[in-house]
Design a protein around this ligand. Structure first.
Ligand SMILES: Nc1nc2c(c(=O)[nH]1)N[C@H]1C(S)=C(S)[C@@H](COP(=O)(O)O)O[C@H]1N2
Ligand SMILES: [Mo]
Length: 311
């Protein structure tokens, strides 16, 4: 773990400790080694973030993050909470064949193989900034297709208002799922208009290559104006629903992770500022922009909404 991420693990300390206590009380064995190893500390990281001279103050270009960095610094809790271990742990994870289920309030529910999906929806390149809620960011050239294409083909019913995404439930092959601390499988959700926005994609590749398992093969969501955790990896099910669905991080820590989770420098995380970020590979911190810099395209989705309440 890089030193400046030490204070910023997304798992809140109070839950970590209360869970630990609970495990001790009931005498359960098997507390996730990864969780123990992840070094959660008490001090918020105000270091470089509050030191003006160490924050880049003039606009700087976005340069593609190298492939090797994108594929070796990963949050994928199904494998591990240690970003540097995910690539190795995921190397043999079987992502082909893979079936995606489309369910819920649609005219044409059913199952489709991801290889068929990739033939139906040819991949385009989308270069997006990815801003993790922990305060680091990358620039990633994804290959994929707009989610709205699939949604329009399956025929979303009028009663559908949200889209729920579910990750794999496979503890035999996903070591992180043996930790009962988390509510598995990983789930995420978007309001239907967010899901239908053209910036929202299903990615199947990066840098023109097939997506590696650690980045969410064979198919993952990418919503570039929201914190990275909304971009759920290795999706097995997309469900159209009437009500706002529960989500993995909101279930774990509702005070820290809301349903919307739009990148917003003005709404601090309860344990750290969101005003700046560390672009992986750079020394000075950068300013964080509202909606991760995609405000011109997406701000209208939230017209009239209180972005502090709807965090
Ligand atoms: N299924 C699943 N999807 C996930 C996560 C996860 O733990 N499990 N982590 C999220 C977080 S916190 C981030 S920042 C991004 C990281 O994507 P990357 O490793 O491809 O950069 O994936 C998101 N999608
Ligand atoms: Mo993240």
């Amino acid at each position: 773990m890089k030193p400046d991420d030490l204070h910023k693990e997304i798992t809140p300390e109070k839950l970590y400790f209360s869970r630990r206590k609970f495990l001790a009380l009931v005498g359960t064995v098997g507390l996730s080694a990864a969780l123990v190893a992840c070094g959660i500390t008490t001090t918020p990281d105000t270091g470089t973030a509050s030191t003006g001279s160490l924050v880049t103050d003039t606009p700087v270009p976005d340069i593609l993050t190298p492939l090797d960095t994108i594929t070796h610094y990963n949050n994928f809790y199904e494998f591990s909470t240690d970003k540097g271990s995910v690539a190795d742990l995921a190397v043999n994870y079987k992502t082909e064949p893979w079936t995606l289920e489309i369910a819920g309030l649609v005219e044409h529910p059913g199952k489709i193989s991801v290889s068929d999906l990739m033939k139906t929806y040819p991949a385009e390149e989308r270069i997006y900034r990815l801003r993790c809620v922990e305060g680091w960011s990358m620039v990633i050239p994804w290959n994929g297709f707009a989610l709205h294409k699939l949604l329009s083909d399956v025929g979303v019913k009028d009663s559908a208002k949200y889209v729920k995404f579910t990750g794999p439930d496979d503890p035999a092959n996903l070591p992180g799922q043996n930790s009962a601390f988390y509510t598995w499988p990983y789930t995420e959700g978007l309001r239907l208009d967010e899901a239908n926005h053209d910036l929202t994609i299903l990615a199947t590749g990066l840098y023109g290559k097939i997506l590696p398992p650690q980045d969410g093969a064979p198919i993952r969501l990418v919503v570039p104006w929201k914190y990275g955790f909304k971009s759920i990896k290795s999706i097995v099910k997309i469900e159209l629903v009437a009500d706002q669905p529960p989500t993995f991080w909101n279930l774990l820590a509702p005070d820290e992770y809301g349903f919307y989770s739009n990148v917003n420098p003005n709404v601090p995380h309860p344990r750290w500022s969101q005003a700046t970020e560390r672009r992986i590979g750079e020394l000075k911190r950068r300013q964080t922009y509202i909606f991760n810099g995609y405000g011109e395209q997406v701000a209208y989705l939230y017209d009239g909404m209180d972005l502090v309440k709807n965090y």
